[in-house]
Design a protein around this ligand. Structure first.
Ligand code: PEP
Ligand code: MG
Length: 689
């Protein structure tokens, strides 16, 4: 037997995710692991028991480990506790305001105001879609001894059903944005199902007391809930809700042959979902099913429902007591998460007032933090945005303090899979990214495959012997109009909800490619209007300047465009006729080659003539040593990987654009990369740059 001491060091204490991690770890060993907090003890293999221990930050625990592999188990457990459970910071939680409902008789339909805890930052309105949780009231009755086995079977069938629902959901979320963050919430509920509190104790009660399964389950949960209610720590206290949510699922599953079972949430395009409670498994599906947000009667700001809604950017009002009593299916609802209220049957003046206030707030926020750009020494404003490849990287983009997303390479949504992402799936991803970044701009580039990016389905049409020079990017999309239109519709649907989308077309080389793309965009817009009643203003459209031919037709392109973005990765490979993926040719792909520098200068010049902004989004934008040169060339917008932002920002603050402009003019005279470098270095040294 090993007895050790450990202190909980993470700020939220032994909350759900650490408890789940510890229970998972303890279960890997044959030894028993018991945690003692004063007189209270918990089996480390039981998540419920660990949660009930209420071990907050600073709690000293005695741990007794006993069994054949006790040494290994002790080391692993101590390591996990000492690491703070590699604890995930739990998002901030606003104070729970007191719930109020307010009536107004001044309108034809009675207007009600309900308050709760607002999640997110949005004002949305739509029809109410009421979701029934199924049976939560339980019948209590005695059963005959000979019925016990059948009753236990009924309970275990419900256990298996709920488990398979969760497992199916886990499979579905693997492709969702932020899957890694979402998964632990479902894992926790799966672990609770496997916990003795759910997986064996109710059966024992059925046997020992001859009571029905729902009653047995409810009795067990009441004992646990009672313990939770006594916890001082509000955050840990809220874990009771997870236990009740799992119980409610089981009770509804037991009512499967009655009309009291839980019906799956049905699609609710543009509606607002209203329910007594929603558990994490429900929340995960809300975006996919097309809801604009949700409102629950119960729950707190620390509930997993709230945490998940926050991390998935779903506008929500939680703990809105009384909401179900004052609306009906299809009532109009306005949800203002910042003001933490929902208005039932709002009049149009009210909707307008809340939307305008929200717009004003957004503008204020934009001026306060990101979106302001960074100033050079001579007070030139430079915009720094990030490049992302997967929706999960949005968080890194936000954390970098960038002024938006300058390049979202959408092709990564099409890779590592055999099928094509559907319009709904794409819409969901685009909407989530736009919402997370709002009001900052997000530039989503349409599918750019070919070259080094080759999805499994790409052979649907011949891509050419040399993919980099073949049917790539816009060429591929125009050759596959169905695939392109699916993406364009998904983009426009997202733009109908958030006004911060910019669409970027890759690899344009001919004005006709742009004309055809714009024509398809117009068709997609019309299709949405006719078939889905979605009216959307055309978002700004830009072109990648990454083929030398495009540089010389920028004026023609500009007629149908709103911005340019320079893709130096491709531009350099096409100028130098050197495959960007061939390591042996790296020295040829040198951004300091005079041809490259002069091409960049020409692009900036052409963009100026067309009065359109130009961004640089190739890898060159991350090269902090060349940042002053890029500013000297006249570039004022740079887009790069989030990790490069901080260094480049620092460099910009040290740079004087006017001085760099003079030095750059000299660099542009160089006839080879080495002299260009030398002129740059010497010029900067002399000017103290
Ligand atoms: C580029 O070519 O510079 C660019 C940004 O696009 P990608 O690297 O995705 O081809
Ligand atoms: Mg490119």
């Amino acid at each position: 037997m090993i007895s050790v001491q450990a202190t909980i060091v993470n700020s939220r204490g032994l909350h759900a995710r650490p408890a789940a991690k510890l229970a998972k770890l303890a279960a890997r060993y044959n030894s028993s692991t018991t945690l003692y907090k004063g007189k209270r003890k918990a089996d480390a293999k039981s998540v419920a028991a660990l949660l009930m221990l209420a071990a907050s930050e600073g709690t000293n625990l005695k741990i007794i480990i006993e069994g054949a592999d006790e040494k290994e188990a002790a080391t692993a457990v101590l390591e996990l506790i000492a690491s703070g459970f590699s604890d995930d910071a739990v998002p901030n939680n606003p104070q729970q305001p007191e719930a109020i409902t307010e009536n107004s008789n001044s309108d034809k339909l009675q207007m009600h105001k309900v308050s709760g805890i607002g999640i997110g930052n949005a004002v949305v309105n739509g029809r109410a879609h009421i979701h029934s949780l199924g049976a939560t009231e339980v019948a209590r009755y005695r059963i005959e001894k000979q019925q016990q086995a059948a009753e236990i079977k009924r309970y275990e069938t419900a256990l298996a059903l709920v488990r398979s629902d969760f497992e199916l959901l886990l499979q579905q979320i693997t492709e969702m944005p932020g899957a890694a963050e979402i998964k632990p919430f479902i894992d926790l509920h799966l672990m609770l199902l496997a916990d003795a509190e759910f997986s064996s104790k109710p059966q024992s009660l059925i046997r020992s007391r001859s009571i029905n399964a729902e009653w047995a389950l409810k009795e067990r949960v009441e004992i646990i809930s009672d313990n939770f209610r006594r916890l001082k720590d509000a955050y840990l206290r809220e874990r009771q809700r997870d236990i009740e949510q799992v119980m409610n699922r089981l009770i509804a599953a037991m009512a499967i042959n009655t009309n009291h079972s839980r019906t799956p949430i049905t699609t609710g395009e543009k509606a607002i979902l209203i329910a007594a409670d929603l558990d994490p498994a429900d929340v995960i599906q809300i975006n996919r099913l097309g809801y604009k947000g949700f409102i629950t009667e119960s729950g707190g700001g620390n509930s997993h429902t709230a945490i998940l809604a926050r991390s998935m950017n779903i506008p929500a009002l939680i703990g809105a007591r009384g909401v179900l009593a004052c609306l009906q299916h299809n009532s109009t609802v306005l949800l203002d998460t910042q003001r933490q209220i929902a208005i039932i049957n709002p009049d149009s003046a009210n909707i307008k007032k809340h939307k305008q206030a929200h717009k004003k707030d957004s503008v204020k926020r934009r001026h306060k933090s990101s979106g302001k750009g960074v100033l050079t020494k001579d007070k030139q404003q430079i915009t720094l945005t990030t490049n992302i490849e997967l929706p999960d990287e949005t968080t890194a983009a936000i954390n970098s303090g960038a002024d938006g997303i300058g390049l979202f390479r959408s092709e990564f949504l099409f890779m590592h899979r055999c099928d094509l992402p559907s319009e709904d799936e794409q819409f969901e991803i685009y909407r989530t990214v736009l919402s997370a970044m709002h009001p900052l701009p997000v530039v989503i580039r349409t599918l750019d495959i070919g070259g080094d990016k080759m999805p499994e389905h790409a052979d649907a049409i011949p891509i050419g012997a040399n993919p980099a020079l073949g049917v790539r990017a816009i060429r591929y999309c125009l050759a596959m109009p169905d695939l392109f239109m699916t993406q364009l519709r998904a983009l426009l649907r997202a733009a109908a909800i958030h006004d911060n989308l910019r669409i970027l077309l890759p690899m344009l080389a001919h004005p006709q490619e742009l004309q055809r793309s714009i024509a398809l965009l117009e068709v997609a817009k019309e299709q949405l209007r006719v078939t889905q009643e979605i009216d959307v203003a055309m978002p700004p459209v830009g072109a990648m300047i990454e083929v030398p031919a495009a540089v010389f037709i920028m004026r023609a392109l500009a007629k149908q465009l709103n911005f340019f973005s320079i893709g130096t990765n491709d531009l350099i490979q096409y100028i130098m006729a050197a495959d960007r993926n061939d390591e042996t040719l790296t020295s040829l792909c040198d951004p300091m080659h005079p041809a490259v520098l002069q091409m960049l200068a020409l692009i900036v010049e052409n963009a100026k003539r067309t009065n359109l902004p130009v961004n640089l989004c190739g890898e060159l934008a991350s090269d902090v040593e060349l940042t002053p040169l890029m500013l000297g060339l006249g570039l004022r917008q740079l887009s790069m990987h989030p990790v490069a932002i901080e260094q480049v920002r620092g460099q910009i603050k040290q740079t004087n654009c006017q001085t760099m402009h003079t030095i750059t003019r000299r660099v542009l005279q160089a006839q080879d990369p080495a002299s260009a470098r030398e002129i740059l270095k010497e010029g900067m040294r002399q000017q103290g740059q």
